[in-house]
Ligand binder design. Structure first.
Ligand SMILES: Cc1cc2nc3c(=O)[nH]c(=O)nc-3n(C[C@H](O)[C@H](O)[C@H](O)COP(=O)(O)OP(=O)(O)OC[C@H]3O[C@@H](n4cnc5c(N)ncnc54)[C@H](O)[C@@H]3O)c2cc1C
Length: 286
């Protein structure tokens, strides 16, 4: 079990912003997770759980916390589909496709299975979300291992019970996936990837910045206020998709925060931030 000090975080997030974690650890075993929990508790530090970093932005200084990255990513399909939360979602979708199992509606969502479960990742309010495939989730919560049935996960649009807990570590999940011939699923994956490339930026972004407001996609509200393409420092509201922020160079945490404030001041509807902003004390901003 290796806890490291002063580990840069920018390269561990897709937005490529952020300073360093005062303490950092990669979790490969359940014992690692238990150790991290005790370490953070003894030092009275926030425990920040990171998956693929595709929805997270860290402050630029030293983050006074223990940041852990869930790496456990075993996939076992012998009898049921049992997957480690650190598995990259795209690789899971591809591996299951080879086994004639279809998770293709989740194509194009970066990050890990754990991150996807935490935020019930998927299409917009009426699309397919990961909860469609979840049977149960194992997580380390408040010093003990627990299994959550799908009902107990309380999934709704971009929400799960895990968002209301204090630093849960989602460890693995049992999934179910419909059977479909491999070639059909692979063709659908290719189609959906192309659609993403055509409609969304995919470099130095953290994906959708705000949740949809009722039926209206956030990008429409931002666009209606003429904010598409606007910049604060090196952070830009993407031309390709007005709900995506881009780091066009040396964007900072403060620039990203300021652009959120600018959008919120200009859009009359209340916009709920979907990306996770972590300040130097390890607290969530917004
Ligand atoms: C180009 C692009 C397109 C995107 N498109 C979509 C989309 O279509 N739909 C969508 O829903 N999202 C989308 N996103 C956002 C993002 O990819 C998803 O939210 C994804 O599920 C985050 O996974 P992650 O592992 O990267 O999470 P991280 O950014 O690492 O973490 C996000 C949150 O999940 C928690 N978390 C992560 N892993 C665990 C774990 N094992 N245990 C407990 N908590 C954990 C973290 O604590 C944090 O609060 C997109 C992002 C990008 C960059």
């Amino acid at each position: 079990m290796l806890i490291q000090e002063n580990i840069p975080l920018g390269s561990k997030t897709t937005m490529r912003i952020g300073g360093a974690a005062r303490w950092y650890m990669e979790l490969n075993t359940k014992q690692d997770a238990e150790y991290a929990y005790v370490f953070a508790k003894q030092k009275n530090l926030p425990l920040i759980v990171l998956g693929g970093g595709s929805n997270t932005v860290f402050a630029d200084g030293i983050i006074e916390a223990l940041v852990v990255r869930v790496k456990y990513d075993e996939l076992n399909t012998a009898t049921r589909i049992c997957v480690g939360a650190g598995r990259i979602l795209a690789s899971l979708i591809n591996d299951l496709a080879e086994k004639n199992l279809d998770l293709s509606p989740l194509t194009g969502i970066p990050g890990t299975l754990g991150g996807a479960i935490f935020g019930n990742a998927g299409d917009g309010p009426h699309g397919t979300w990961i909860d469609s495939y979840v049977e149960s989730v194992e997580a380390f919560v408040d010093d003990s291992w627990k299994i959550f049935t799908k009902a107990e996960c309380k999934f709704t649009y971009r929400e799960s019970i895990f968002k209301n807990m204090n630093s849960p570590i989602i460890w693995s999940a049992l999934l179910s996936a419909p059977s479909k011939p491999s070639a059909e699923t692979i063709a659908e994956i290719d189609r959906l990837i192309q659609k993403r490339i055509d409609t969304q930026p995919h470099l130095k972004t953290a994906g959708s910045c705000f949740k949809a407001v009722a039926e209206t996609p956030a990008w429409k509200l931002i666009d209606a206020m003429g904010l598409r393409g606007k910049k604060v420092g090196d952070i830009q509201i993407a031309e390709k998709h007005a709900n995506f922020l881009l780091n066009t160079g040396k964007g900072t945490f403060d620039d990203a925060k300021k652009i959120i404030e600018l959008i919120r001041e200009n859009v009359p509807e209340t916009l709920e931030v979907e990306m996770r902003f972590i300040d130097e004390k390890g607290n969530m901003v917004f």
